[in-house]
Design a protein around this ligand. Structure first.
Ligand code: THG
Length: 367
């Protein structure tokens, strides 16, 4: 592919200087911002992530802030996950749906207080939908995108590295919880979360001026831990079944089709805008659903368009993400598969750019 021309519309991040100095080799665009995809090579980055610790510029995970007396009510209007039991200091993975039950985004929501929430979004313009709802319903809430940029620290040595910078108390943060920690005299949110299955943290850097000082501190403190710049890894996230909005699902899919039914409490999520639509589709059950697939043969090329899936000569779905897995010695893939062919063990055929390949529906993801 040709190069992408830089411009002001394609936003840099507070960490871009560090990412460039670390020798980034490729970017994608996410929320109109630069997201690194390769440093050494996708396979070398994968091995390093699973062995050591990496610092990821995930500033593309923009925050939609809700602030005001109606913040909690607005948050519940956006998602079919029941938020009544959610406490300040918790993170929830929340499907966001429109009035048809279609997925608009699959963010992580942070409850800072009863009247203040951050929605840490995937790649779609959620801010516009949320502003529209807030204004259309005349809610008493401010909705905007604050100057907050997440920096992820992922990998088996993440606890050691983050403890050196923020203190040993970070070791006590539980999964999908966060606390406030000091850096250079400023209060910063540190959460135990991140877009890998290797463990680690996400640091919500508030104020772009803090970006490079924090980046430098992590690299200064992590030299003997073999810390490197990294990024969400295209192999590891498929092994782990972490979905990618815009790739693995779009607004044409319901949360149930995406396998996110466990994050929907459609009966009790009173106020959710897509609730009636989801109650209807949940009763019937989905007719297609995301499945892990192992694709036979040599390493497949990058999946930059949906690859048709066939079963008994008929089209029964599509592969939306795929990569060669060194650890599992097969191509790992995510596909949307029709009900008639989604049972684990079912043999299918996938039309890849390199020709037809055999594929097998897996019982679960690899990590
Ligand atoms: N962290 C934060 N913001 C994000 C992402 C993130 N915004 C964009 C994107 N990632 C949103 N999508 C996801 C997808 C999966 C997860 C988080 C965000 C995730 N899933 C875990 C899993 O499936 O194992 C845990 C879910 C749970 O049990 O609650 O972490 O990564 N800040």
């Amino acid at each position: 592919m040709a190069l992408i021309s830089p411009s002001r519309r394609l936003r840099r991040t507070p960490f871009s200087d560090g990412v460039e100095a670390a020798g980034v080799k490729a970017y994608t665009v996410y929320n109109r911002m630069l997201l690194p995809t390769v440093f050494e090579s996708v396979e070398a980055d994968y091995r390093h992530l699973k062995t050591h610790v990496q610092v990821w510029d995930v500033a593309v995970e923009r925050q939609v802030e809700l602030r005001g007396p109606d913040a909690g009510r607005l948050m519940q209007m956006l998602t079919p996950r029941d938020l009544r039991g959610m406490l300040p200091g918790q993170c929830y993975y929340v499907p966001i749906v429109d009035e048809t039950g279609g997925m608009l985004n699959d963010p992580v929501a942070l409850k800072l207080s009863e009247e203040r929430w951050w929605i840490s979004i995937a790649d779609s313009d959620l801010l516009l939908w949320v502003k529209g709802i807030a204004n259309g319903y005349r809610l008493d809430v401010l909705v905007d995108e604050p100057d907050v940029s997440p920096l992820a620290v992922q990998g088996p040595k993440a606890d050691d590295l983050v403890a050196r910078v923020f203190g040993d108390a970070v070791r006590d943060i539980r999964f999908f919880r966060f606390g406030w920690f000091q850096f250079e005299g400023r209060d910063i949110i540190v959460a135990r979360s991140g877009y890998s299955k290797q463990g680690g943290f996400e640091i919500y850097v508030e104020g772009s001026d803090l970006g490079m000082p924090l980046w430098e501190a992590l690299f200064d403190q992590g030299a003997d831990l073999q810390v490197r710049a990294g990024c969400p890894n295209g192999i590891e996230r498929i092994e782990g079944g972490l979905l990618s909005y815009g790739n693995d699902m779009t607004d044409d899919n319901t949360p149930h089709e995406c396998g996110l039914g466990r994050f929907c409490d459609t009966q009790t999520a009173i106020g959710c805008i897509g609730r009636d639509a989801l109650l209807r589709v949940a009763k019937e059950g989905p007719v297609q659903q995301i499945r892990p697939l192992a694709i036979a043969g040599e390493a497949v090329p990058g999946c930059d368009r949906a690859w048709p899936i066939y079963g008994g000569g008929e089209r029964v779905g599509q592969v939306t993400s795929a990569a060669w897995s060194p650890d599992f010695d097969t191509n790992v893939a995510i596909g949307m598969v029709r009900m008639t062919h989604w049972t684990p063990g079912t043999m299918l055929e996938v039309e890849t750019p390199d020709g037809m390949r055999a594929a097998k529906v897996q019982a679960q993801f690899w990590l």
